[in-house]
Design a protein around this ligand. Structure first.
Ligand code: CAA
Length: 387
């Protein structure tokens, strides 16, 4: 049930993703979460469906889907397994888009086809232990050494960092005393085989436990000159521009998590009897379900309006932040209500709603916290009013 007016391709990709997710992901999601297990089988399956190249042009072995089709597929995957959804979202939205938009023909030819085929998973390394919301304060330093660059520093919160074959890494290329701020940052295409590239701490997370999140240490990591992406000093703009797109993916993931929680709550409310009737007969439960369904529908409608604007080539910074903010806060609220509908059974691992609740939380944090989204929306709103 949705308000979206979908075309045939969009309905097809939605059905394909739903069928796959329900057939292969649902049954294993709880186990993968409990064991904190990233499953390569899932990568192979999703690669066969072309899901790692959803936004990649056909000439690079991609499916070349429109933004809405991609987001519909992501929602379906997230309903079944939010950890699988973040893998697809980061890979398709951030590294793939950055190479597509700013890479040379040689970089595109080398990296995009294996990425689209799911042979090389892409990751994104912007944050550092001391630079999260204030991303321009990052300190990882790149210095020239002949034709190469030497990168030193620690990147943090890298989703599926241990599984990635290509990592788009933001580092400073200005000198430490030049203090060029966001203009002193460049982007490098790293691969784990580079000397001085080390996987470090694996985070022990509250949710999305089947998606490994890593720190990466760069210890004089030698990066060939042809791995600089686009123009020196433009890395911050590339990263934030890509996050405009990435945040749509996180919104779709959040909507999927919320939908899974609502569907579970509806089922349970019909089965669970108290005071001689199903709890679904009580208005206290009905009102919760009504509010959950309304917020999810509103979030999806906003997201797809933003995606349609992107498809028309419009700048969507503000709408992308709105969609992410609204969808992720919806996911947290809906999953909280779902736990309440389940009562004590919502608090234990016998049912999946406690996982949905844990998985929802990070969507309000990564790819920009809710507070950062409000800053972006306020800035854009004030600028539009002043123009
Ligand atoms: N698109 C393109 N360019 C943009 C942009 C956008 N959306 N937003 C800003 N820029 C440009 C600006 O135009 C400016 O360039 P000029 O000076 O040439 O005009 C430059 O970037 C600097 O912009 P600001 O002055 O606005 O920068 P700021 O330091 O004030 O920061 C911010 C703005 C919005 C707070 C930003 O730092 C931000 O979004 N922070 C959150 C970071 C974030 O989302 N991190 C998530 C990391 S990924 C992750 O979560 C892990 C994962 O794997 C899932």
């Amino acid at each position: 049930m949705s308000l979206l007016d979908l075309n045939e391709t969009q309905r097809e990709i939605q059905s394909l993703a739903r069928a796959y997710a329900q057939r292969e992901l649902v049954a294993l999601a709880g186990e993968r979460d409990q064991e904190s297990r990233f499953d390569r089988v899932m990568v192979t399956q999703m690669a066969e469906l072309g899901f790692f190249g959803m936004l990649t042009p056909e000439r690079f072995d991609g499916l070349d889907l429109d933004a809405q089709s991609y987001l519909l597929a992501l929602e379906e995957i997230a309903v079944a397994d939010a950890s699988a959804a973040v893998l697809l979202s980061v890979h398709n939205s951030l590294p793939t888009q950055m190479i597509l938009n700013f890479g040379t023909e040689a970089q595109q030819q080398r990296f995009l086809p294996p990425m689209a085929r799911g042979e090389l998973l892409g990751a994104f390394a912007l944050s550092e232990p001391e630079a999260g919301s204030d991303a321009a304060a990052l300190r990882c330093q790149a210095v020239r050494d002949g034709d190469d660059w030497l990168l030193s520093g620690t990147k943090a919160w890298v989703s599926h960092g241990s599984e990635a074959g290509v990592i788009l890494c933001m580092a400073r290329t200005d000198s430490p005393d030049a203090r060029k701020g966001s203009k002193g940052i460049s982007t490098f295409i790293l691969t784990p085989d580079l000397p001085g590239f080390h996987l470090a701490k694996k985070e022990n997370k509250m949710g999305l436990r089947a998606s490994p999140t890593l720190q990466i240490n760069l210890d004089g990591c030698r990066v060939p000159g042809d791995r600089l992406l686009g123009e020196e000093g433009q890395g911050f703009v590339y990263a934030l521009g890509s996050l405009d797109h990435g945040r749509l993916g996180i919104a779709a993931q959040a909507i999927g998590i919320a939908r899974a929680a609502l569907e579970a709550a509806v089922r349970y409310a019909g089965e669970r009897r108290q005071f001689n009737k199903p709890i679904a007969d009580f208005q206290a439960i009905q009102f919760k379900l009504a509010d959950m369904a309304t917020r999810i529908t509103a979030a999806r409608t906003l997201l797809h309006a933003a995606a349609a604007a992107k498809q028309r080539g419009e700048k969507i910074t503000r709408f992308s932040s709105m969609a992410k903010l609204f969808a992720t806060e919806t996911a947290m609220w809906v999953t909280t209500q779902a736990v309440q509908v389940f009562g004590g059974y919502g608090y234990v691992t016998d049912y999946p709603v406690e996982r949905f609740f844990r998985d929802a939380k990070v969507t309000e944090i990564y790819e920009g916290t809710s507070e950062i989204q409000r800053i972006v929306i306020a800035r854009e709103t004030l600028a539009a009013a002043a123009a």
